[in-house]
Design a protein around this ligand. Structure first.
Ligand code: AVJ
Length: 320
């Protein structure tokens, strides 16, 4: 056998290395899990876009309506000449609404774990906002992070839409809010938060009739196969997303439909029939419970906007 060939390793990017480490750790646990931040490769991002357009998934269109309806008031709260810092560059449509309303925005600074995604965001915005300074930063906003200061006193305004905060357990969500507050250096935070409501409505939003959310969930396995050479059988797992009313959250799992073993990075993982792999939590808040948490994280909750049916909320939090 050719020893050089035997020594050949799959060439991976740093992002893939982190995915591999995270996946290996998560599957070694007694209760297996895969971190939800790995949903968003190219295929996963496209599936998520499709989720946002589903009739059952009210979140994106409700938040978009709120941002558009209150853009002028939001821009006034952000202030003249602010640097807009987005935690996780999510949706070009949402940021455009803010940038269009903002008063002389000094810079737009999106933070994201995907450099490829940031490149696309910047390319698309540069054409329409030629005077705006774009400062894409590749990094994990769940880790401590300092953004280099722009020259002069520049107030920061944070933007964290999409109820991504819901992916974190309450303790972690509060810690993340604290870290954002310190990153924002005295600036405020505009944050979208999904609200508690009829469990049937929540259940439907994560168990859509077209089965897109199931594909989104299983894409984690397909991504592991493609990027890490794993041999998951996506058909061997079921999408399961119940609403846990006591914990105010949707819990998402991939449930093994049979006894099976999977090879990943030279290791073998056993799955019992019926064994769940936890893939996501999506916590829901009341307007009051979220404002209380924000206050405990050191913010002063100020304005809050919601729709008539109280499906979704957008909050403006001042640093104090
Ligand atoms: C992007 C975190 C808001 O929790 O609703 C959508 C992602 N997962 N369907 C959510 C998601 C399943 C999502 N967030």
């Amino acid at each position: 056998m050719d020893t050089n060939l035997a020594r050949l390793q799959t060439i991976t990017s740093p992002e893939q290395d982190r995915f591999a480490d995270s996946l290996l750790n998560g599957l070694r646990k007694t209760s297996k899990e895969i971190a939800c931040k790995y949903f968003y490769d190219e295929a996963g991002s496209r599936l998520f876009d499709a989720i946002c357009d589903l009739p059952e998934y009210y979140q994106t269109r409700t938040e978009m309506t709120l941002l558009a309806r209150h853009a002028v008031e939001i821009a006034a709260l952000m202030g003249d000449g602010a640097e807009i810092v987005e935690f996780g560059a999510g949706s070009l449509r949402k940021i455009r609404v803010l940038l269009d309303a903002a008063q002389n925005p000094r810079a737009y600074t999106p933070l994201d774990i995907s450099g490829d995604y940031l490149r696309n965001v910047v390319r698309s915005l540069a054409a329409d906002y030629p005077a705006l300074t774009l400062r894409p930063l590749v990094g994990d906003f769940t880790l401590p992070l300092e953004i280099p200061a722009l020259p002069g006193p520049v107030r920061r305004a944070g933007f964290f839409p999409g109820s991504t905060i819901g992916n974190f357990k309450p303790d972690a969500a509060m810690a993340l809010l604290r870290r954002m507050r310190s990153t924002l250096n005295g600036g405020g935070l505009l944050i979208g938060v999904d609200l508690v409501k009829d469990p049937a409505r929540l259940h439907a939003a994560y168990n859509d009739a077209a089965g897109i959310t199931a594909l989104f969930n299983k894409n984690l396995l397909i991504r592991a196969n493609r990027e890490l050479g794993a041999d998951f059988d996506p058909e061997g797992f079921a999408h399961y997303a119940p609403y846990n009313a006591a914990a105010h959250r949707i819990e998402m799992y991939l449930v093994s439909l049979k006894r099976q073993s999977v090879n990943l990075c030279g290791q073998r993982f056993e799955f019992a029939q019926g064994e769940p792999v936890h893939t996501e939590d999506s916590h829901k808040y009341t307007i009051e419970s979220f404002r209380e948490m924000a206050a405990r994280a050191g913010f002063s909750p100020r304005a809050v906007w919601t729709d008539q049916d109280r499906l979704f909320s957008v909050h403006w939090l001042e640093s104090r």
